[in-house]
Write a protein of this length. Structure first.
Length: 394
């Protein structure tokens, strides 16, 4: 038994945000059919880096899905897509706004085909508004949302976050919206439109920046890894060149830190007596921490800090993350087959006690399930006209 057993999802999306949304639904047990062009499939399959001729980007966001090859430029394939939509519970797409309408498959049209359908539309700026048709990628959303203004060293330029945070977050918001819409359908019998955008997803992560500016005129900006309100809370270099993050700025944690440092005298210093004082003298207190940390290795520091109950962590390399005992114990690092090679990847992040999420199979070859989907969903065979001449029938 899975949480979304019996739920059918058509995934028309490409790249990261849309596929990640559909992958989360697949991990929860929905039958997710990824629709992509015959032959080479979606464009992102050819992105670097690759293993066994398949992009790792597509590999990590398209597991647990079936693959159906349809040439959506062909009117016959569009007709088949309408038939499939009529049988689906969820439709996920992240084309530029207006693309689905050009195929006669806007929200009004698909709702008429299937009143119970939940349609998740993922875009850069939403389905309406002055920027709706502007092209958008993760970095664009980071720049326009203010996230880049908040990221990077205080004396350096605005910096992108080291991952496609907006894509992943938008995919999660879309999946959350789909689950809410499916739940509402139990009461109303009708589906609804789920409209999420990269810009709004990015802006949702701005912490207190907007109300701070509105109320005080203060414009939040870059501070590196330094906390904005308490000190010391920052990333510091140890004597062996590794970095350690400590969070010890409040009045509960600071005494623990000075015990770990063997510096009880710091508690008697008026500059460090309160959170407000330490924040006002952040350079001075950080200088004390820097001097202490440079005398020890990162592992020694973590051991001392943890013994005193100070929240801390050595900044891990990706190699260390991949071998993390905690992540492997939790089943979060899994190995999937790609062309006969075992490839480690991130596993499920949600643990349900009675209907657990599972990684069942890796990304499918393009069109591998075309015949199966047509038979199960439509009760007929797929016709050669649905496919490009170079591909042939699946």
């Amino acid at each position: 038994m899975t949480a979304l057993a019996g739920v059918r999802v058509l995934d028309l999306s490409r790249f990261i945000a849309g596929p990640y949304c559909a992958m989360m639904l697949a991990d929860m047990g929905a039958e997710v059919v990824k629709v992509e062009p015959p032959g080479e499939g979606e464009y992102a399959r050819r992105a670097l880096p690759q293993v066994a001729g398949t992009s790792l980007y597509t590999f990590i966001v398209n597991r647990n899905k079936k693959s159906l090859a349809l040439d959506l430029r062909d009117p016959a394939a569009q007709a088949d897509l309408r038939d499939l939509i009529a049988q689906a519970d969820v439709l996920v797409e992240n084309f530029r706004p207006g693309t689905m309408e050009k195929m006669g498959l806007g929200w009004e049209q698909v709702q008429a085909l299937n009143p119970r359908l939940v349609m998740a539309r993922i875009s850069g700026f939403g389905q309406d508004g002055p920027l709706a048709h502007k092209q958008c990628f993760d970095g664009v959303a980071q720049a326009m949302s203010g996230l880049m203004e908040l990221t990077g060293p205080a004396d350096g330029p605005p910096t992108m976050i080291g991952s496609f945070m907006c894509d992943y977050t938008t995919g999660m918001y879309a999946a959350l919206g789909v689950l809410a819409a499916l739940n509402a359908r139990h009461a109303t019998g009708r589906g609804q439109l789920v409209d999420v955008s990269l810009l709004e997803s990015a802006t949702s992560m701005l912490m207190t920046a907007i109300p701070e500016y509105a109320l005080s005129g203060t414009q939040m900006t870059r501070r590196g890894s330094r906390d904005r309100y308490v000190a010391p809370s920052n990333t510091f270099e140890a004597g062996d060149g590794r970095y350690v993050l400590i969070v010890a700025g409040d009045d509960n944690m600071f005494p623990r830190l000075v015990r770990a440092m063997g510096r009880p005298d710091l508690l008697a210093d008026a500059r460090f007596a309160t959170m407000a004082a330490r924040r006002d003298h952040v350079e001075a207190i950080e200088a004390e921490v820097v001097n202490w940390m440079r005398q020890h290795t990162a592992d020694e520091l973590v051991a001392r800090l943890e013994a005193e109950g100070v929240p801390c962590a050595k900044v891990a390399t990706i190699a260390e993350v991949a071998q993390s005992e905690q992540l492997r114990h939790r089943g979060h690092i899994v190995e999937m087959d790609m062309g006969g090679q075992a490839v480690p990847m991130q596993g499920v992040t949600i643990h349900l006690s009675h209907t657990p999420l599972r990684v069942r199979h890796p990304i499918a070859p393009v069109g591998a399930h075309s015949a199966e989907v047509f038979a199960d969903w439509l009760g007929r065979a797929q016709t050669p006209s649905d496919l490009s001449p170079s591909c042939g029938a699946a």
